[in-house]
Design a protein around this ligand. Structure first.
Ligand code: NAP
Length: 316
């Protein structure tokens, strides 16, 4: 296996990679390792940066050439990442990632976070269809015990959460939870977090999208629920806002050389966050993003300064 240093030496020889150098600056310190956080319900520690698989990952998964995704997944593991967030509804992502992980021999090493949802928005879920979807995920992922399965987008919690609970009791799923990134489902998510015993939730949280800080993250801490953070870049939103803008020099004080690291370190510095799963289809961005989960994190004062900077950008 190529070490970080060897990899840097190999890639530093190409002009294109040199232009990307800030993305890799953190990896020059061979001691740098991803920060880990404990899952509240078990104490199992997870590296704070994982990988998501909707957005561009899903687009590439649909294409014929999936070599880039192989490189993305192996690079994540090489850098110490384990959490892979997917869903049966992300096009071919779950199936393609399952196959790649088996080819690479990393399927058992990964912490698979997939989802369950056969209900169309707001409608009822058919229990038989839900169980079939669950069985399909087991086939695709190829692990006898799936690490985490969450009810996707709050789809018919009454029918689907008990199916997950039963799978957990039967030892087939280690952790269960619920997800949403839709504003009109936050109230139901909060209510479910108060009522049900959950290991995890998954929700959107980014430096310019801080609704979760009001109730969801404090409640997760109170109730001992782990948090997977989705859309830490707002998919394309934050990238559009920083187009042509330099990362401030003071971001180096907490080890951020790129905007990705700036955005991820803001999210990672919230104590309720267990793991962030940015999606990417590019190995170079996997390295960049891992840099958002190593070394120092911003303190409370720095977090305010970061928000003020982002608020001053266009598109707010
Ligand atoms: N309800 C749910 O359960 C739910 C909802 C939303 C999201 N999620 C999960 O959360 C994951 C992340 O959210 P998301 O995919 O919506 O958006 P995101 O992670 O905020 O953004 C992904 C976008 O950022 C780009 N990107 C990634 N790293 C970059 C870097 N270092 N530099 C520049 N661009 C970079 C990617 O393009 P490149 O490919 O070019 O890098 C992609 O276009 C999803 O993939 C999914 O697994 C779950």
């Amino acid at each position: 296996m190529t070490t970080r240093r060897e990899w840097l030496r190999m890639t530093a020889s190409t002009a294109g990679m040199l232009a990307l150098a800030p993305k890799f600056a953190w990896a020059q310190d061979s001691k740098s390792a991803l920060i880990t956080r404990a899952i509240p319900s078990s104490g199992q520690r997870l590296p704070i940066i994982g990988l998501g698989s909707s957005a561009t990952f899903a687009q590439v998964a649909r294409s014929e050439d999936q070599q880039a995704l192989k490189a993305v997944m192996s690079k994540m593991v090489e850098l110490g990442g384990t959490v892979f967030d997917t869903a049966p509804s992300y096009g071919a992502s779950e199936e393609v990632a399952g196959r790649i992980a088996q080819e690479l021999g990393i399927a058992q090493k990964l912490f698979w976070a997939t989802k369950l949802n056969v209900a169309s928005r707001g409608g009822p879920a058919d229990a038989v269809a839900a169980r079939n979807q669950l069985e399909n995920s087991f086939k695709r992922i190829g692990k006898p015990v799936i690490d985490l399965i969450q009810v996707h987008n709050m789809g018919d919690i009454k029918v689907q959460l008990p199916i997950l609970r039963e799978a957990k009791q039967g030892g087939r799923v280690k952790y269960i939870g619920i997800t949403t990134t839709f504003e009109n489902q936050y109230a139901e998510m909060i209510d479910t977090m108060r009522r049900e015993k959950l290991d995890f939730i998954g929700t959107n949280y980014a430096i310019d999208d801080r609704f979760a800080e009001e109730t969801i993250l404090p409640l997760a801490r109170d109730r001992g629920i782990g948090v997977l953070v989705y859309a830490p870049f707002g998919r394309t939103r934050l990238w559009n806002r920083v187009k042509g803008v330099e990362v401030p020099a003071w971001a180096k004080e907490f080890g951020a050389s790129t905007w990705a690291q700036f955005f991820l370190k803001y999210v990672a510095s919230h104590p309720a966050v267990t793991c962030i799963t940015p999606a990417t289809s590019r190995p170079a961005n996997v390295i960049d993003n891992a840099g958002g989960g190593v070394g120092q994190l911003p303190d409370a004062e720095t977090r305010k300064r970061m928000i003020a900077l982002v608020n001053s950008l266009p598109g707010g």
